[in-house]
Design a protein. Sequence first.
Length: 530
Amino acid sequence: MPTTPTYPGVYIEEVPSGVRTLTGVATSITAFVGRAARGPTSEPITINNFGDFGRIFGGLWGSSTLGFAVRDFFLNGGGQAVIVRLYDSATADAASISLPTGAAVPDNVLQLVAANVGAWGNNLRVIVDYDSKDPALLFNLIVLEVEPVSNRTLLAEKFINVSFDPANPRYLPRVLEQSSDLVRVIKDGSGNWVVPDFTVVVGPTAIPSTSPIAAIPLSGDDGSDLTSLQFDNPGDPLMQTNKQGIYALDKVDLFNLLCIPPYRSDGNVDGVVMTAAAEYCKNRRAFLLIDPPSDWDRKEDARTGVATIVGQVGDNKKNAALFFPRLRQVNPLRENQVEDFAPCGAIAGIFARTDAQRGVWKAPAGLDAALNGVLDLSVNLTDAENGELNPLAVNCLRVFPAVGRVVWGSRTLDGNDRLASEWKYIPIRRLTLFLEESLYRGTQWVVFEPNDEPLWAQIRLNLTTFMTGLFRQGAFQGSTPDKAFYVKCDGQTTTQADRDRGIVNIEVGFAPLKPAEFVIIKIQQIAGDL
């Protein structure tokens, strides 16, 4: 705002430059949706290493492939993951502790429940004592998680000087909800905490004993294998509204890759789940990684079965990719026996590693895309077999001498040669998603600005600066920026009719880099000296 001069002298004004830095979004945050031994349910939790997964969700678990996929993600270069735990018919354990308060039974019973469902809660032990600063009104609560066989304490939480008085800042239900990873106070059908009478009769014999009171819950259950209804239930109109199943990811600001590890007993994923996941990825500008069915034991199975996968994904083929075959890895839960595992977690890790080393515009395949922690592949393909699958948009995993197991394909499901799609290659599609998300977030400041040439000039300046930075990193074709991209925002893109309706049109074009999928070397004999 201009300064109003009132006295003779020098005035300083700070004039905004009009430059608003546009920052590119992350490209390899991977969401995993599936069943885990423990942890919050239908609540996306961000983790940064496999240790976080073990602490929050229980690590590797024989009843689910989720933990193995997350392990492979971090083992192959993944940096950040979002975990959504689902369950079917699982229950949480509960414990009732009779407290020596002044209230009559059953109003002196404290009812606790494990913080989330699963048999893990059967290993909880709860201890109450009155060694507090005011034994008449306050008490201490200790929660232990013990090892089932040895009873060795794995985790302990202690909450001292807690109360049943809602006016007390140490009100137990509120303290547990905000601070405990293990237990909660039970709620009634109306959603209210069920707590005993907090008043204790004080007298020569009525002061509570300092001897600890213990309770052992034994009612938790892991439930059964997931079905498609836990991911997406078309019969439940409130599933999306309540952000359940895959829609729990609505609570996350951003994710780029989606993995749904096999959850059925036959080692597969339902087609309806694949359809819903592909549609959701389209709406969130994310990319879906698809595992091969467990019965694809030969090249012929992939060649004839890929049409089924494409049919499940439907019109969202450009936002999905299929990788074949499965990985042969050791299972530490079964004395390191070698088993087949879905590749989606390892592939997502390679995507993240390639993005960090080279950029999202580099195909996550080639000799640098080595699969870490993989002993072998369930099907070893030859060049000729690879040549049959690649034109059908099946990305092959291969074994090469001196290199090992690598990703040897980089096509979306829209990459069938017969389709001649502009979204044939994974790096082109993912670069486009990156640009869309970055520009969407980086132009929010434009809303409600005066829609005229000064605004258009600012838009051109900011977007051109951003695209030039990507060009210098090697994201586009062309020897000069004007051959690599353009940004248009002027009176031609935004007409007077658009301005009357409050619309400003921005047009951004770019020349993507396509991977050198086929390398042809011509060798010829020459006669004599050149």
